[in-house]
Design a binder for this molecule. Sequence first.
Ligand code: PLP
Length: 388
Amino acid sequence: HIYLDNAATTPMAPEVIATMTDQMQNDFGNASSTHYFGQQAHRVLDESRHTLAQNIHAKKDDEIIFTSGATESNNTVIMQTAKKRQSLGKHIITTAIEHHSVMKPLEYLETQGFRVTYLPVDENGLISLDDFQEALDDETILVAIMMGNNEVGSHMPIHEIGEILKDHQAWFLTDATQAFGELEIDVQKDHIDFLSASAHKINGPKGIGILYVRDGLYLDSFIRGGEQEKKRRAGTENIPEIAGFAKAVTLLTPEKKAAERDRFAGFKRQIVDGLRANGIDFEVNGSLAPDTLGHVFNLWIKGISTYVLQMNLDLAGFAISGGSACTAGDLEPSHVLIAMYGQDSPRIKESIRISFGTYTTSDDIDQFVAALTKIVQRIQAKQQREKE
Ligand code: PLP
């Protein structure tokens, strides 16, 4: 089987597994304990926090809170900002193509009297800064705009948004879950107040993530108990996972990220050229611009349903996705493709997402192109026979 669904999750790097195994076997202490074992665990916690803080150019290590993942981080910021700042206004701005971990809490807030603006996107999956500026008003308390999209890879103008918000009361949350492994992130330069990410998208373990909280901003935690994470998230820290996350981050040097982006761009060309040479009728959903996230690729295979494509590829040994992992299980069309192309576009029912990772090879891509070609030709022949 060939795995081409790295936007859903990635296999863990052997180095990460080794680090975590070592932690579980040797440094099993509770980081809050004052004895030797506790201190050992605390040292790992501090070092890991430092690694994460440096990676996104945070000013202080304490700006990083370890969470169970980006879902928790996004929920925390949205729900707690609403609770804390509602006296300043009840308006929140987001985009039409956010992940459900942003969408769902916002939809809930709408039932509680909050006003949410969902910025539209163009065919490249990008918002317009004019629309954004127009939506921003005196009642806006939060702006939640993702850094990179998980279905089509569009890369939002985060720096420009941060600049606009610098002198506005609204706090700025960016979900960097997909961008984290590819882009150089600088929360200070981009004036980001809150940032979410998950380890399992970068060859780290599942169930661990970060929430960056700009120094000076305070949110209540919805997890109350011990005084861990400076009272911002109670519960014994999951040191093996935290250490695994930090290890995954250290493997992703700026040079490695740049090289991977080049390699992934090559994979996209290989697929486009290959399918074209084989006479397959398809279009790319979103953009092939260099600024787009390299690992996410979305294709419209004209005339064949997502479900049929996905099932046949699975039978042929290829793991791809019909959209995001969360919507792939049901047959609901992607809200991202709908926002980009409209409810009536055939694309929303005939598209697949292919996503690359550290262990994807050019040979995998060759095999994928050959398999997809065979499947499309077989189904088209059948459709033709049925017509006659
Ligand atoms: N945000 C984006 C853009 C994602 O792609 C994902 C993962 O699917 C998440 C948030 C949620 O991450 P997790 O499931 O690790 O909490």
